[in-house]
Design a protein around this ligand. Structure first.
Ligand SMILES: *[C@@H]1O[C@H](CO)[C@@H](O)[C@H](O)[C@H]1NC(C)=O
Ligand SMILES: *[C@@H]1O[C@H](CO)[C@@H](O)[C@H](O)[C@H]1NC(C)=O
Ligand SMILES: *[C@@H]1O[C@H](CO)[C@@H](O)[C@H](O)[C@H]1NC(C)=O
Ligand SMILES: *[C@@H]1O[C@H](CO)[C@@H](O)[C@H](O)[C@H]1NC(C)=O
Ligand SMILES: *[C@@H]1O[C@H](CO)[C@@H](O)[C@H](O)[C@H]1NC(C)=O
Ligand SMILES: *[C@@H]1O[C@H](CO)[C@@H](O)[C@H](O)[C@H]1NC(C)=O
Ligand SMILES: *[C@@H]1O[C@H](CO)[C@@H](O)[C@H](O)[C@H]1NC(C)=O
Ligand SMILES: *[C@@H]1O[C@H](CO)[C@@H](O)[C@H](O)[C@H]1NC(C)=O
Length: 783
């Protein structure tokens, strides 16, 4: 009762004070100070509802802005809406904030002066405004710095989050450091939520407004009436999407605030209330990364919780969000074979894993289980409606979904972990110690991460988590490239290769350069493909070797690796890694099942990345000249790899000149090449476009077994379906979402433009396929 009375007095004081303040009385003049412990501890806005000053954090203090709570309800409290240097350690109670005589806003703590605002010129005064904006003014009363320009996790009524700006959640309601989620106002007009610990990729997004594929200046705006909307700067701030209703009846009196909460949800609140008016999604488990590695999220009694998957324990006991690690020792994978005596399978129902599996195929439940058990790399397999998705540890983005009728198999070992003192899980340690490249990659990736989220890196805990994710990603990326293998080419003798192939007995196929044979090296331990070159231009030994070295220098996960070669007399043989799953042509045209849409998209992107590497990322650009499904091979994990690259030069020493001998394959050859005009990297783009259409539609470019004559040539038919808005026909109404289908087809149609100038670069192709750039409507390819 008494405190309610005090609160009432306070409210009365502030509201009456506000009424009597003149325009300048709340101005903070130079040489003003506030202190963490002894008053004054804050600078207030004229109404007294906002304060700028010291906030308790842990055992110390942080600088921030908060909404002062006068309601005195048990469940409400001061609400922090902004913090400065949120990832710095808290300062002790001896700290002061000062607007110095020289016009700088700084904090003085034990260890010296910390800048709060980076300003281009000296400030003349400052002000905590009633909007919640803290502003520094210059000599000519112009705002030179505003806290609204540097939002942390909240925007207030009247505030905008401009394009290319991001909100980062806080760790918890009492820890203001950068937390686990981010909300990006992307420059393409899409507002997207991602886990914060990794560089954002489309596949990691867990919520989006879907307002992408636009061009212009976009922003998120919370208006004074509590309406959240996406707007466009041009065209008089046109609203492109309203996220919620508004509450105009309370306009003027109520403070609205939209916050990316520590649980990853984006919510709208009013005043100091902790009950939300609106939230982006209702199921907390939707936030990817809500639970740590190898655990899944489930909601019980409206409360989300995380549980370790079978065979794992919490990394830090008691910390359920930190993730889990194996409670058994996993043997090393040698040649993909698993030591079956130590594994058995346990199952869990209704789990959903939203991370991309490394393998996905149609099969029966029993086969799925067996496939995981037999595959050393498999740690868990998710089986749902005849689709088997195999995953490796660490598992991410798991949740329990009662709508789902899925079974997840987990491989469990019985061998105990000997040394529990390690803080990083053993499999990750193994990667680090076997690969020098990992260390090269970490600084590289870290640099790019720094540009993404400087702030997030500042705390060590976050950093450790992040490097773990990076190592994990690298583990995935390099799974098949053989981390420990030396990167130099081996010179083989003819005799050795003849023995390895049992006298060139088993022919795998015939390419434009000669036949390919299956071989066995190291006493049968290593399968290889040996290519016997024929029809070479007359060329000296030295040129051949330098060519081999150039090819040997190419290392990319989507290129078939050249392991070595042989040059003896007139014999020229190349030794490649063996691709156990045949060619893309077999997969698309010959197998009884067409791979599912996700798998096809993944293959298309992989192939594009391989060509991009040849064109732009290796030492000297390589034109492949013969991109076709027969030259795209699939390894044991169904990863697509391009073969036969770099050999065109052996036939045609100067690639940039006109090619007189048409080497490319009919159906895939760009028009300019057929016309004997100079060729460029764009011939590969054309061929890729045709291959992309074949991947999308799972049929050959030229197919005579079709019902109607206009469907015989795929490239022409695809454009007419595109123009008529009937893309579903291309995929036999397989139930593919319209947007991704349209994106893929548009990219293909741009690639097969007869004018090479109109075709995009491979870089552009990859960006478009991955959804990073907008795609304009392609014209008719043959126009
Ligand atoms: C806040 O969280 C970060 C990251 O989890 C941690 O490093 C820091 O110690 C926490 N601060 C306080 C005061 O608890
Ligand atoms: C809320 O803010 C007011 C004004 O700065 C302050 O006096 C009060 O102690 C704060 N309350 C809490 C619980 O921190
Ligand atoms: C509130 O929403 C209605 C309809 O959505 C709109 O007409 C009105 O202008 C909005 N009010 C404010 C203050 O934005
Ligand atoms: C928010 O607080 C103000 C001032 O205390 C009050 O007038 C207003 O009604 C409150 N808004 C709501 C929705 O309760
Ligand atoms: C969440 O639930 C509320 C009330 O049940 C409903 O009005 C709202 O549309 C739901 N929001 C979403 C994003 O599904
Ligand atoms: C690992 O945990 C599972 C439960 O998830 C338990 O059944 C199993 O016995 C544990 N194994 C070891 C080696 O501790
Ligand atoms: C769930 O799947 C099982 C077999 O995997 C099947 O027997 C059952 O009918 C399915 N239930 C529903 C509701 O689809
Ligand atoms: C783990 O660490 C503790 C002390 O930190 C040590 O006593 C123990 O021997 C260690 N255990 C092993 C298996 O190394």
């Amino acid at each position: 009762m008494a405190s309610a009375f005090v609160a009432f007095l306070l409210l009365f004081y502030f509201t009456s004070a506000a009424a009597t303040f003149s325009d300048t009385s709340h101005v903070i003049n130079l040489n003003s100070q506030i202190h963490a412990k002894i008053g004054p501890t804050a600078w207030y806005s004229p109404s007294g509802r906002f304060a700028f000053g010291f906030l308790p954090q842990g055992n110390g203090f942080l600088v921030g802005i908060w909404i002062v709570d006068y309601t005195n309800n048990a469940d409400s409290q001061n609400i922090t809406v902004w913090t400065a240097n949120r990832d710095h350690p808290p300062v002790p109670s001896s700290a002061t904030i000062e607007l110095t005589r020289e016009g700088r806003l700084v904090m003085n703590a034990d260890n010296g002066e910390i800048r709060i605002a980076d300003i281009p010129e000296a400030a003349a005064c400052a002000s905590m405004e009633d909007s919640g904006n803290f502003v520094l003014y210059g000599e000519s009363s112009n705002a030179i710095w505003e806290s609204f320009d540097f939002p942390t996790d909240t925007i207030l009524g009247g505030q905008k989050l401009p394009g290319s700006h991001t909100l980062f959640s806080k760790v918890s309601s009492s820890n203001f450091s950068t937390g686990r989620f981010r909300l990006d106002m992307q420059s393409d007009g899409n507002l997207v939520a991602y886990p914060a610990q990794i560089a954002p990729e489309p596949t990691d997004a867990y919520w989006a407004t879907g307002t992408d594929d636009k061009q212009g200046q976009y922003y998120l705006h919370l208006d004074d009436a509590g309406g959240l909307k996406l707007g466009e700067e041009e065209f008089n701030s046109k609203v492109i999407k309203q996220l919620n209703g508004n509450y105009s009846e309370n306009m003027g009196k109520t403070i609205y605030r939209a916050t990316l909460d520590p649980d990853g949800n984006f919510r709208l609140y009013y005043n100091t209330s902790t009950d939300h008016l609106w939230q982006a999604f209702n199921n907390t488990c939707q936030a990817k990364g809500f639970c740590g590695f190898n655990s899944y999220c489930t909601v019980t009694d409206h409360q989300p919780s995380c549980y370790c998957v079978p065979g794992t324990d919490l990394i830090n006991s008691g910390e359920t969000y930190d993730g889990c690690r194996r409670n058994f020792t996993k043997q090393k994978c040698r040649g993909g074979k698993t030591d079956t005596t130590f594994s058995y399978i346990t199952t869990a129902q209704k789990l959903k894993w939203e991370d991309i599996p490394y393998f996905s195929a149609l099969m029966s439940e029993e086969d799925c289980k067996k496939s995981c058990l037999d595959d050393c790399y498999c740690d868990a397999a998710e089986y749902d409606s005849n689709i088997c998705n195999k995953h490796q540890f660490p598992l991410r983005y798991g949740s329990r979904d009662i709508q789902k009728n899925s079974t997840t198999f987990f491989k469990i070992g019985t061998r105990r972990i000997e040394n529990r003192n390690r803080t990083i899980s053993p499999e990750l340690v193994a990667v680090v110690t076997t690969s020098k490249k990992t260390w090269l990659l970490i600084p590289l990736l870290t640099v790019s991460l720094v540009t993404y989220s400087c702030a997030a890196l500042a705390t060590f805990g976050v950093f450790v988590f992040k490097t773990r994710v990076i190592k994990y990603k690298w583990l995935l990326a390099s799974r098949t490239s053989g981390l420990a293998k030396e990167l130099t080419l081996r010179l083989y003798s003819y005799k050795e290769l003849k023995e390895a192939t049992k006298g060139f007995k088993e022919e795998l196929g015939k390419g434009s350069f000669g036949a390919v044979y299956k071989g066995n090296l190291n006493n049968g331990e290593k399968l290889v493909a040996v290519k016997r070159l024929q029809k070479l231009v007359e060329e000296g030994e030295r040129e051949f070797q330098s060519e081999m070295r150039a090819i040997g220098k190419t290392h990319h996960r989507n290129l078939v690796r050249l392991l070595g070669y042989c040059t003896e007399g007139s014999n020229r043989l190349l030794v490649y890694e063996y691709m156990s799953n045949g060619s893309l042509a077999d997969l698309l045209f010959r197998s009884e099942r067409c791979p599912n849409w996700q798998e096809r998209v993944r293959i298309a992107i992989d192939v594009a990345k391989g060509i991009l590497y040849l064109h732009e990322e290796c030492e000297a650009p390589i034109i492949h000249c013969d991109i076709k499904p027969q030259n795209i091979l699939l390894d044991e994990f169904w990863m697509a790899k391009i073969s036969d690259f770099g050999l065109a030069k052996l036939l045609m020493p100067d690639q940039t000149r006109t090619m007189t001998d048409t080497r490319g394959t009919r159906g895939y050859v760009a028009p300019e090449w057929q016309k004997n005009m100079p060729i460029s990297l764009k011939v590969d783009v054309y061929s890729y476009g045709i291959v992309l259409l074949e991947i999308i539609c799972c049929r050959r470019n030229i197919d005579l077994n079709v019902s109607r004559p206009e469907e015989i040539q795929l490239s022409g038919w695809a454009y007419s379906c595109f123009a008529a808005g009937e893309l579903g026909k291309l995929v036999r109404n397989e139930g593919v979402d319209e947007k991704p289908l349209e994106r893929m087809v548009s990219v293909a149609l741009w690639c097969i433009q007869s004018d090479p100038i109109l075709r995009p670069s491979m870089k552009g192709v990859v960006l478009m396929l991955e959804g990073f750039t907008n795609i304009s409507t392609p014209p008719c390819p043959t126009a």
